[in-house]
Write a protein that binds this ligand. Sequence first.
Ligand code: KIV
Ligand code: NA
Length: 265
Amino acid sequence: IKRVTTHSIQEMKNRGEKISCLTAYDFSMGGIVDSAGVEIILVGDSASNVMAGHETTLPITLDQMIYHAASVVRAVKRALVVVDLPFGSYQGNSEEALRSAIRIMKESGAHAVKLEGGHEIKESITRILSAGVPVMGHLGLTPQSIYKFGTYSVRAKEEEEAQKLLDDARLLDEIGCFAVVLEKIPATLTKTVSESISIPTIGIGAGAHADGQILVLHDLLGINKEFKPRFLRRYADLHTVMHEAIAHYVQDVRSQSFPNEKESY
Ligand code: KIV
Ligand code: NA
């Protein structure tokens, strides 16, 4: 199989083909997501929520991100694997940012890293890029800044924040990021940004004009029952499927219908 690269992602935008992206955090899911044809698999710091049960993405550590990323990489044959630099591993110190990115690349075998923010982390991004590590940007609702925002609602609805986001997107394009995630912003702003920069925009809750889309795998599969923001489309109800399968197993063990003779040695 031909591997997806940062270059083939760019060519997709140039040809007007939409890019599909999903998160994954482990070997089993990574393999399924990859074989289904997704271009980019993000080992997101949403693992902090989805895998570890934290309320925010802030607690997950670099070591934990590397463990998730290495597990995913072992399963992936085609997709480009991008890994989130976790909170505290890159902000405000570009040398630490580079060290963190290098640890991810060396210890997980992933292909790129993602950082949240624009001009305020320019030095960190530049330093990582000059080491030959591809960088994906992330603007709009950046969950590592949740305590600054105070809410997970839509960002950049006002002119000032929208203009700042557009400036940041242009900066990320100029300094050499290969793509940028736009999270929870108005669809019209996504359109403006996508037409103003040459690199692909990957939207989540950002409307139809992004060059690609990304969702959290467990949300798409309906594994979390409670999380249902407007932007989410659920493609399965795995919560019910899994719950019923497991309840059935419990029932069979109790009634001694499992294991039967054929299932015994
Ligand atoms: O961590 C994550 O899952 C993400 C995507 C939602 C973009 O950053
Ligand atoms: Na993230």
